[in-house]
Design a protein around this ligand. Structure first.
Ligand code: GDP
Ligand code: MG
Length: 689
């Protein structure tokens, strides 16, 4: 466990890349090289593991854990898994939020691809410092200068190459380190990085020019270097390194490294860059949260062990058969046996075990401090995205109300014998992913799954079959709606009939309910305004009033879960105005049913309306296509909220209904010759005209 004084040696790191750029290969190398360091001591004890081929060792490596810890040159690196699909904006944003810095892997052949553009812009939004790695330098067509150019034009970034390659494509054999001015030649075999050598005379001129360029880029954003540069003074290695670190942490430049992970060339220098240039938890601004009982009160939590606990559950997964919650601690400490307050559940949960996942083992720890990443067991009901804090000093780090699933589909098993298995699989998936929901439709008895988008449901459908071995059929995805009312209305309900199960008993109930529209985002408020029984009412009847009122309230609360059109009711106040008592009625079910009928009639009288999911969309686009993108959005009846700048690129923020976004990714690409990227997230349910 890292002491507070050691926090500057901690790196909470993510690797992001377009699919196939080499994220998995780079990750494997990171874990392999760092694992190798552990093994050196064991060689003296006659351990034969050194004889293992890298590939064999890698098979045992845990690369699927949500967070893997390894050490590199006295630093503790927590490698946080970032979601593969950029479509789940909330998941990507959450992972960007818990990491302090990222390595972005590009392919030297394919350059900056659309998916990397999207994640890059999200990382800009969340102020995540980055180091770039240009991978696949061994491949035919590898052209690192293209990638640098694309980083400028497509990403609006300021790349600073800290290396230039030695050799190209199949003769690529190493790099010149422009900071220390030395060269590294990789054989592709060694476990340790090669010894640095003086730069070959033949490459000296090119190296000098490239370093000059690097100093110039850094001088542009750093006064200390600018002074030396303008005075024509030489910049020594340490001064330059410190300036690169400042500029990287401040997101003014992106240090660029290069190599080929597959051929084991250039990975150790990349790890060096991670610890040298990316921030520690101490280098990033304190996290902000609010109070569960007062959303207006903003609290800041710097990484300090002495402050009360504030942590975010960024991933829930089954790990070695047990429910495991991966946490990022922002402030305070967390120990085994601690009670922590879960702001969503509004209750405490107890931490049974804490551990860190390493490449080849897991290590139990008793206590972790601020800034750390840890896996916890024992948090039975905690879900992804939950905030955990000290029960005595409660905070919410993430808004909870943005997890509204907007697309739903029916799902059914292919073989009836699998019914229970499907139920269990769905329960586990819901636990892992707070944006995924399951319910059973009361009328049709169908199982309905809902989530953030069509692709989300397709992936879940696929996982149920692949991971849980349950073949299922999924119906056509549909947009989820909400119901509400536009005005005010009153309805009456009454039921009176002989109980079919007991002829001596009567099912009776009668109630009046009034509903009224509330502003958007108010939710549902249910209350009673049933007057107290009048003095002349016989006692047995008077005694029935509170029972009938409670039953009517329960009926209304059930009734708003599924409105007249089958969707949840929102933004309305429902008041039980009166109940009619009756003696000798055994059960209170009649008043529940009567209240539900009254509610339905009241909604009809108040002018029912449908609300649809409205999304927040952000498009990042080069200036020349701004007009086309805005025009297309307007044609979709979007409400344009902001047009701004991000580096050399333009941003457009707009709100529009989800149904107007079908096919949008194709449209936005053709409006911008493939240069625009966009992200969307749920904003609210509303009527849209
Ligand atoms: P991911 O999708 O980003 O995780 O990418 P992978 O690490 O799975 O790599 C995708 C493909 O590229 C695999 O076939 C890798 O073997 C290959 N690959 C990864 N790194 C390199 C490299 O440096 N050079 C070459 N030639 N191939 C690579
Ligand atoms: Mg992969």
């Amino acid at each position: 466990m890292a002491k507070a004084s050691k926090l500057d040696k901690v790196r909470n790191l993510g690797i992001v890349a377009h699919i196939d750029a080499g994220k998995t290969t780079v990750t494997e190398r990171f874990l392999f090289y760092s694992g190798r360091i552990h093994k050196i001591g064991e060689v003296h004890e006659g351990d034969t593991q050194m004889d293992w081929m890298p590939e064999e060792r890698q098979r045992g490596i845990t690369i699927t854990a949500a967070a893997t810890t390894f050490s590199w040159k006295g630093h503790e690196v927590h490698l946080i898994d970032t979601p593969g699909h950029v479509d789940f904006t909330i998941e990507v944003e959450r992972s960007l939020r818990v990491l302090d810095g990222a390595v972005v892997v590009f392919s030297a052949v394919d350059g900056v691809e659309p998916q990397s553009e999207t994640v890059w812009h999200q990382a800009d939004k969340f102020h995540v410092p980055r180091v770039a790695f240009i991978n696949k330098m061994d491949r035919i067509g590898a052209e690192w200068t293209n990638v640098i150019e694309q980083m400028k034009t497509r990403l609006g970034a300021t790349p600073a190459a800290l290396q230039i390659p030695i050799g190209a494509e199949d003769t690529f054999k190493g790099v010149i380190d422009l900071v220390a001015m030395q060269q590294l030649i990789f054989s592709g075999q060694e476990e340790e990085a090669p010894e640095p050598q003086p730069i070959d005379a033949a490459l000296a001129g090119e190296a000098e020019a490239a370093r000059e360029k690097l100093v110039e880029i850094v001088a542009d954003v750093d006064d200390a270097i600018a002074e030396k540069y303008l005075a024509g003074e030489a910049v020594d290695t340490e001064t330059l390194r410190a300036a690169i670190r400042r500029a990287c942490v401040a997101q003014k430049i992106v240090p660029v490294m290069m190599g080929t992970a597959l051929r084991n060339k250039g990975v150790q220098p990349l790890l060096d860059a991670v610890v040298e240039y990316l921030p520690s938890p101490l280098d990033v601004p304190p996290v902000k949260g609010s109070r569960p009982n007062n959303p207006e009160e903003i609290v800041e939590r710097p990484p300090d062990d002495k402050l009360p606990l504030a942590a975010l559950a960024f991933k829930v997964a089954m790990f070695e058969g047990r429910k495991t919650v991966f946490l990022r601690l922002y402030s305070g400490t967390l120990a085994v046996g601690d009670d922590v307050f879960n702001a969503r559940l509004k209750k405490n949960e107890k931490v049974a075990r804490l551990f860190q996942v390493h490449a080849d083992k897991r290590e139990r720890v008793d206590r972790v401090g601020a800034g750390m990443i840890v896996a916890a067991m024992g948090l039975k009901d905690t879900a992804t995205g939950d905030s955990l804090s000290s029960p005595k000093d409660q905070v919410i780090l993430e808004r909870i109300d943005t997890y509204e699933p907007v697309i739903s589909a029916a799902i059914e098993v292919v073989n009836t014998v699998d019914k229970d298995k499907l139920e269990q699989a769905l329960a586990k998936l819901v636990d892992e992913d707070p944006t995924f929901r399951v319910r059973v439709d009361e009328e049709t008895a169908e199982t309905i799954i809902s989530g953030m988008g069509e692709l989300h449901l397709e992936i879940m459908h696929d996982r149920i079959e692949r991971e849980y071995g349950v073949p299922t059929r999924m119906g056509r995805p549909q947009v989820v709606h909400r119901e509400t009312v536009l005005g005010e209305g009153v309805g009456e309900g009454r039921i009176e009939r002989v109980n079919p199960e007991d002829e001596a008993d009567l099912i009776f109930g009668a109630a009046t309910v009034r509903v009224r529209a509330l502003p958007r985002g108010s939710g549902v408020k249910v209350k009673s305004e049933v007057p107290p029984p009048s003095a002349d009412l016989p006692k047995p009847l008077a005694a029935k009033i509170p029972i009938a009122t409670a039953a009517a309230l329960a009926g209304v609360k059930e009734g708003v879960v599924t409105g007249p059109e089958g969707y949840p009711v929102e933004d309305l106040e429902a008041i039980v105005l009166s109940v009619e008592p009756r003696e000798n009625v055994k059960s209170d079910v009649g008043w529940r049913i009567a209240a539900q009928t009254a509610l339905r009639k009241a909604i009809q009288a108040a002018g029912p309306a449908m609300l649809e999911p409205i999304m927040d969309v952000e498009v990042v686009v080069p200036e020349e296509f701004l007009g086309a993108v805005v025009g297309d959005l307007s044609a979709r009846r979007a409400q344009i909220e902001d047009v701004g700048f991000r580096g050399q690129l333009r941003t457009v923020n707009a709100k529009l209904p989800l149904k107007a976004l079908f096919g949008y990714s194709t449209a936005v690409r053709s409006a911008s010759q493939g240069r625009a990227t966009f992200t969307m997230r749920f904003a609210k349910f509303d009527a849209w005209s």
